[in-house]
Design a protein around this ligand. Structure first.
Ligand SMILES: [Mn+2]
Length: 285
């Protein structure tokens, strides 16, 4: 980034569902985004490091650079709330921990000029959501495959003299169910937020970035979801002037330009880490 494009100063940035340590994680893009902003408060709203799927064999340099960048932000005084998700629930035992500008918790309330905002990952609703995600994904990408599969199944059934089945229709109905489960997730979040007296509630988990008002019996609540850095590459941003806004990497004009080296890079001043890695003979990215 050149001096002509200073970091955007923001009061709050929320990201979730980064899934560091998995092939799906867009760490390079995330790093570029993080370098383009300077938030006073950063909320990491769950599933940042994917401890479930973590393997020693897959930890690319870009993933390490994200971690280094975050520690750099801490050193520069950004307040970071690491909220636990289901893929990093191992950290739940550290909920309540505070180390300088870093705190680990299951939820946090930010008292902002537009209204109190309640943030948590959202996997607490999983009892009703268990099958929603893979069904939704199948609906988006696998429907054509399913029709072909259905043809094959019916071809084989006909060979053995059994009646035809309508697999794709059954799945289509269940996908509709998944869509309504997404709606259930949002409605449930809004309802409990209204009951708790909050005007804004921000979740992650379902990889569906959005900002929308939701009516509940206890009044209207603005439901926010920061999306993810696997498919959507999105974040929530807040300033006193603008209120909450949804950031899309894909439509950020700055991100369409070629990436330039950052003269003011937060993660270059890590000589201690560099020498430590050298001491243990660990290759560096
Ligand atoms: Mn999750």
């Amino acid at each position: 980034m050149s001096k002509a494009t200073p970091r955007r100063r923001l009061d709050v940035v929320v990201i979730s569902d980064v899934h560091l340590g998995t092939y799906g994680c867009h760490a390079t893009e995330l790093l570029r985004y993080l370098r383009s902003v300077r938030p006073k408060v950063l909320v990491l709203n769950g599933d940042i490091v994917d401890i479930w799927q973590f393997s020693k064999n897959y930890w690319p340099p870009a993933h390490m650079r994200v971690v280094r960048h975050l520690t750099g932000l801490l050193a520069k005084g950004t307040r970071i709330h690491y909220l636990t998700g289901n893929h990093d629930e191992l950290l739940r035992r550290f909920a309540g921990t505070r180390l300088g500008a870093l705190s680990i918790a299951n939820k946090v309330v930010l008292d902002l000029p537009h209204g109190k905002t309640w943030l948590f990952h959202g996997d607490v609703f999983d009892v009703t959501m268990r099958h929603a995600r893979w069904l939704a994904r199948l609906g988006a990408h696998g429907y054509d495959t399913l029709i072909l599969l259905n043809r094959l199944v019916n071809f084989l059934l006909a060979k053995v003299g059994r009646p035809r089945v309508a697999l794709s229709k059954a799945v289509k109905n269940r996908v509709k169910g998944a869509v309504s489960l997404m709606g259930d997730f949002e409605q449930t979040a809004a309802t409990i937020a209204a009951d708790a007296g909050y005007r804004y509630v921000a979740c992650g988990h379902i990889h569906q970035p959005t900002i929308k008002p939701i009516p509940t019996e206890g009044g209207e609540v603005v439901y926010l979801n920061s999306g993810d850095w696997v498919e959507n590459l999105t974040a929530l941003e807040y300033t006193t002037d603008t209120g909450w806004q949804l950031y899309h990497y894909a439509t950020d004009p700055l991100m369409q330009l070629p990436a330039l080296p950052d003269p003011d890079d937060l993660d270059t001043d890590d000589t201690r880490l560099t020498s430590l890695l050298a001491e243990f003979n660990i290759p560096q990215g």
